[in-house]
Design a protein around this ligand. Structure first.
Ligand code: SAH
Length: 217
């Protein structure tokens, strides 16, 4: 489906622009990614609205504006090797696949991962490698990465993941605010020769990162 024929896509892109998304590559990747493929049948009519929607096991497909903010903040180009923690529906993964050289994505629910893999295969994304595992540990065998995105809330600064970034690498992750545990700060970290640059990008609300593989699956 192209945006020419779908007023819902045009409306969403306008909402994203209004929300501060100006990066043409990010907007184009969102326009090309059919969000209705990533939501349950009951929510298909809401797929192009700017809202998070439930997927299985109490997890969510993130709000498009938040997906766009995170994608734009990562400054991905086609030389980037990207790690994603929290595959979920695979929607953010598909957007990363449009922009990066290769995407490594980890999910702790085996059945969510299998469904996401099927959708991504159907859309013919080939530059991706998946893993059923605990993404909080990163992917040491494939490190270092140019970019890391965490799509679930971390309790504190994700130092293990930061250790798997290249020099000049960028990570975007929601990190619980110490003063308000119900909400997180979207953080951007950039690796510098003498440490990390940390930048808060605003308040967000994600499901928490959990450790280990999911038991109910
Ligand atoms: N990016 C997803 C958002 C999914 S919600 C999308 O666009 O649909 C967050 C996901 O992170 C959930 O699927 C949850 O199971 C997963 N998750 C939470 N903790 C994790 C961990 N330690 N390792 C891997 N995945 C994790």
């Amino acid at each position: 489906m192209s945006s020419d024929s779908n007023p819902d896509i045009i409306k969403l892109i306008m909402t994203l622009r209004g929300g501060g998304i100006s990066d043409p590559a990010t907007l184009s990747a969102i326009e090309k990614t059919p969000r209705h493929h990533f939501v349950d049948a009951t929510f298909k009519d809401k797929a192009w609205e700017n809202r998070a929607l439930p997927i299985k096991f109490g997890q969510t497909i993130s709000q498009p504006l938040v997906v766009a903010l995170m994608t734009q903040a990562l400054r991905i180009d086609d030389r980037c090797k990207v790690l994603e923690v929290g595959t979920g529906s695979g929607y953010q993964t598909a957007i990363l696949c449009h922009l990066a050289r290769r995407v490594y994505t980890i999910e702790r629910y085996g059945s969510l991962l299998a469904e996401a893999e099927a959708r991504l295969q159907k859309l013919r994304h080939k530059n991706l490698v998946t893993r059923h595992g605990d993404g909080a540990l990163g992917w040491p065998e494939q490190a270092p990465f140019n970019r890391i995105i965490v799509t679930a809330a971390m309790k504190q600064r994700p130092d293990t993941l930061l250790g798997q970034l290249k020099d000049g690498g960028i990570m975007v992750a929601p990190v619980t605010r110490p003063q308000d545990r119900s909400c997180q700060e979207l953080m951007r970290y950039i690796v510098r020769p003498d440490g990390f640059e940390e930048e808060p990008l605003g308040g967000v609300r994600f499901v928490p990162v959990r450790s280990g593989l999911a038991k109910r699956d």
